[in-house]
Design a protein around this ligand. Structure first.
Ligand SMILES: [Ca+2]
Ligand SMILES: [Ca+2]
Length: 457
């Protein structure tokens, strides 16, 4: 694993070095933040439930955290045809109006022109019936081109509707390339499917079991209230104006990009760690069905592919998201304030959490003997607004293998101490730090230390 990480960072470093002639000189901080930025492509059934428009607003005010490489209008069981990108264009127009303010708060926001250049339409028809010969779409071609880029990072593709645009991309590569090339292509994909909204997910998982595939079904229960949205989001300038009222539930698709949100909380590749987008089982399981509408459209839509295997939510469901509610709600509140505030000093910005001298957002690991005392040192953590910082360490029991009690001394100071339980030999313990400032609203940063306890001698 360590070798893989080293290789990964070396690749990123080489890419950055290669670009140096044309790019501005990069500081160490920006190299770190570049290396951890997730590449994401969003496919959305815009025009069905208006909650996709809500999620898109949140994604765009968070756009400095990601390399957004595609915004693809797609179909699904609630929107079986698509013919244009009108709604997407409207929301990008709102982004272009908010962009001058957003840029004040982070120079990593992508330009509206760039976002328009990676906006496209995917499959125009529903499900696997619209996959195959002659069915390539701008969206499916964009997915292939993104995976082909000379970039060591994987590409996360979010399914806010059906997955048939991704299926078309895979189908095309299978038809036109050799087995090794197909394998390389598939290895770049990280699929996060919200609820299952066509038969293409089951087809992908059945025919390409090696593909990283999350199907999230616990996507409700964490959402903010209508009152909060009216008071803190919808009244905030051009982007607030295109955040519609909910028709059913709020922002059902948001957990997809929240899962890869680079806030220090989790490594999204390790799905059991848990972050803002939920927690998932490491072992794939069969029979995670799409929304019942898919079966209504075709009785054997998914059963014909049994068994197909996907990473599903862990037992705590949406509680795995909700436990971070203050952090992600305040994050959204602050970003919407950025979108209407042209003065950096008039808004709050996130703290930077340092753990044992490490200022990246990586999840750290260490080994310890049973009975040993370990130190978690967060000195050096800082805040761009010079706010006062608060610290809180917790033992995160659910992803840990040890179910006993672990007590943390000085858990709210910059030097926490933990005595590893003597009966925890061979176990894995997850400790999560929340660092939050005293700005308005209070903003959070996270770190995680995974302690691998040595086996008893
Ligand atoms: Ca949707
Ligand atoms: Ca701050």
């Amino acid at each position: 694993m360590k070798a893989l990480f080293t290789l990964f960072f070396l690749s990123v470093f080489l890419v950055i070095s290669a670009c140096k002639d044309t790019a501005a000189v990069q500081t160490e901080d920006s190299i770190n933040s570049t290396s951890i930025k997730p590449r994401i492509i969003t496919t959305t059934d815009l025009g069905a439930d208006p909650d996709d428009e809500q999620s898109l607003v949140r994604e765009l005010v968070s756009a400095n955290e990601f390399d957004i490489e595609g915004l693809i209008v797609a179909t699904g069981c609630w929107k079986k045809t698509q013919s244009n990108t009108t709604i997407l264009d409207k929301i990008l127009n709102a982004y272009s109006l908010a962009y001058p303010n957003l840029k004040v708060h982070s120079n990593a926001y992508p330009s509206p022109e760039y976002l328009r250049s990676i906006s496209s339409i995917g499959q125009r028809g529903y499900g696997m019936a619209d996959v195959g010969t002659g069915k390539d779409s701008p969206g499916s071609n964009l997915i292939i081109a993104a995976a082909d880029k000379n970039d060591a990072r994987p590409i996360w593709i979010m399914g806010w509707g059906g997955m048939n645009t991704v299926a078309q991309a895979i189908w095309k590569v299978k038809e036109t390339r050799n087995a090794t090339q197909l394998k390389d292509f598939l290895s770049k994909l990280r699929l996060y499917d919200v609820l299952g909204q066509d038969d293409a997910g089951a087809w992908i998982a059945k025919n390409y079991p090696e593909v990283f595939y999350i199907r999230a079904t616990s996507v409700y229960g964490w959402q903010p209230t209508d009152e909060y949205l009216a008071a803190s989001i919808q009244n905030k300038g051009p982007l607030g104006a295109v955040y519609p009222n909910r028709k059913y539930a709020t922002e059902g698709d948001t957990p997809s990009f929240m899962h890869v949100f680079p806030n220090g909380l989790n490594n999204p590749e390790q799905v059991e760690q848990g972050g803002w987008g939920g927690r998932f089982n490491t072992t794939k399981t069969a029979g995670i069905r799409s929304m019942s509408e898919v079966k209504k459209i075709q009785e054997d839509a998914e059963t014909q592919y049994d068994p197909y295997m996907m990473h599903g939510n862990t037992a705590e469901g949406a509680e795995a998201i909700k436990r971070w509610a203050i952090g992600y709600n305040n994050d959204f509140t602050a970003r919407m304030l950025w979108s209407v505030t042209s003065d950096y000093t008039k808004a709050n910005h996130h703290p930077i959490a340092v753990l044992n001298g490490d200022a990246t957002k990586q999840v750290l690991e260490m080994t310890a003997s049973p009975g040993a005392v370990i130190e978690l040192n967060t000195s050096g953590s800082k805040d761009p607004d010079n706010n006062k910082l608060n610290y809180s360490w917790v033992y995160y029991k659910e992803p840990s293998s040890y179910s006993g009690v672990v007590s943390i001394q000085n858990s709210t100071s910059t030097l926490a101490k933990i005595e590893i339980p003597k009966d925890a030999a061979g176990q894995t313990l997850h400790f999560v730090l929340e660092v939050y400032d005293n700005g308005t609203p209070s903003l959070y940063a996270y770190r995680r230390m995974i302690v691998k306890v040595q086996a008893a001698k």
